[in-house]
Design a protein around this ligand. Structure first.
Ligand SMILES: C[S@@+](CC[C@H](N)C(=O)[O-])C[C@H]1O[C@@H](n2cnc3c(N)ncnc32)[C@H](O)[C@@H]1O
Length: 261
C-alpha cells in the first residue's frame, strides 16, 4: 500500500512543481537519491536555511518538546536541540537513525536530541509542543486527524513544502523556492454555549467549527470568527468578541460562557 502511495505521489509531483518541493526528481526516479519502495516518503534533506525558517515559524523555545516525523539525518531535531528544545526524531530507515544518532554525539547534543526507529503513524504526539514534517501531501492528510486530536490546543505544526488540504495554514513563508507552512492546533469551540454578560443578560451561542474557523449564532445573530489555539475571536452584529476557550467554559473579555453541549 505504501509504495502505491509513493508511486501515486511520484506521478503527481514529478510533473508539477509550482514551488520547489525538493522531491520532484527523486519521486520521478531521476534524482540522486533512490526511492525507497517500502517507505511512505523518500529521504530528501531539508536545506539548512529552510530548517531555520521552520524553527523560527514554529517559535521553538528552550525546554519545549519537538518531534520531527521522518527525521532523516536528524538535521531538524539537532537544530531544535541547539535552540534548547527537547527534540526527538522518528525515522523508519535504521541507517538514517544511526546517522542521526552519530550526528547528535558529534555535536554533544545527545541529551536533547533523541532518535527512534519507528513508523511515524505509530508515534504518540500528545507531549509535543511543535511537530515538524517534510513528507508528502497524502501523508500530511493521513496524519491530520491525529495531529488535530492528539496535540494540545496551541501546539504548532510546521511543514516544509506541502500543506494540509482544507485546513488553511495560519502562516506561510517562502524561503528561496521552498514554502514553509505553520498551523496552530485550535481548541474545540464547536457546540452550544450559554453566554453571560456582566449586566445579567444571557444568550445562546451556537458554534459550528471547521478547523480554526467558526460560524454560528449569538442570540440568533450570525457569528463568524476563528481560533488561534485557545484564543477565539468572532464578530456578531458588527461587534467584536474575544475569549479563551477551555474544555467547559470560555473566559471572554467582559463575558463568560459555559458549555451546554
Ligand atoms: C523528505 S525526508 C525528510 C527528512 C528530514 N525530516 C528533513 O527534513 O531533512 C522524509 C523522511 O521520512 C522517512 N520516512 C518515510 N516513511 C516513514 C515512516 N512510515 N515512518 C517514519 N519515517 C518515514 C524517510 O526515510 C525520510 O528520511
Amino acid at each position: 500500500m505504501r509504495h502505491v502511495l509513493a508511486a501515486a505521489a511520484a506521478l503527481v509531483l514529478g510533473g508539477c512543481n509550482a514551488h520547489g518541493d525538493g522531491m520532484g526528481h527523486i519521486l520521478a526516479g531521476t534524482g540522486i537519491a533512490a526511492r525507497e519502495p517500502d517507505y511512505d516518503v523518500p529521504y530528501v534533506p531539508t536545506p539548512d536555511a529552510v530548517v531555520d525558517a521552520m524553527l523560527d515559524m514554529g517559535a521553538v523555545r528552550p525546554g519545549e518538546t519537538l518531534i520531527d516525523l521522518g527525521s532523516g539525518d536528524g538535521r531538524i531535531v539537532l537544530a531544535a536541540a541547539r535552540r534548547g528544545a527537547a527534540a526527538s526524531g522518528v525515522e523508519i530507515d535504521p541507517a538514517l537513525v544511526e546517522r542521526a544518532r552519530r550526528n547528535a554525539q558529534l555535536h554533544a547534543l545527545e541529551d536533547r536530541a533523541r532518535f527512534s526507529r519507528a513508523d511515524l503513524f505509530d508515534v504518540p504526539l500528545a507531549q509535543a509542543d511543535v511537530v515538524t514534517m517534510y513528507l508528502l501531501p497524502r501523508i500530511n492528510l493521513a496524519l491530520r486527524p491525529r495531529l488535530l486530536t492528539q496535540l494540545r490546543p496551541g501546539a504548532r505544526i510546521v511543514t516544509h513544502a506541502f500543506d494540509m488540504g482544507e485546513w488553511r495554514a495560519d502562516a506561510e513563508r517562502l524561503v528561496g523556492d521552498r514554502r514553509v507552512y505553520l498551523w496552530i492546533v485550535p481548541a474545540v469551540a464547536g457546540g452550544e454555549w450559554r453566554v453571560t454578560f456582566p449586566d445579567g443578560r444571557d444568550l445562546q451561542l451556537m458554534l459550528d467549527q471547521r478547523f480554526q474557523d467558526v460560524t454560528g449564532t449569538l442570540g440568533g445573530v450570525a457569528v463568524t470568527g476563528s481560533l488561534r489555539g485557545t484564543a477565539l475571536r468572532f464578530t456578531a452584529g458588527g461587534r467584536g468578541y474575544a475569549g479563551t476557550v477551555g474544555e467547559a467554559a470560555i473566559a471572554g473579555d467582559g463575558w463568560r460562557a459555559v458549555r451546554v453541549r
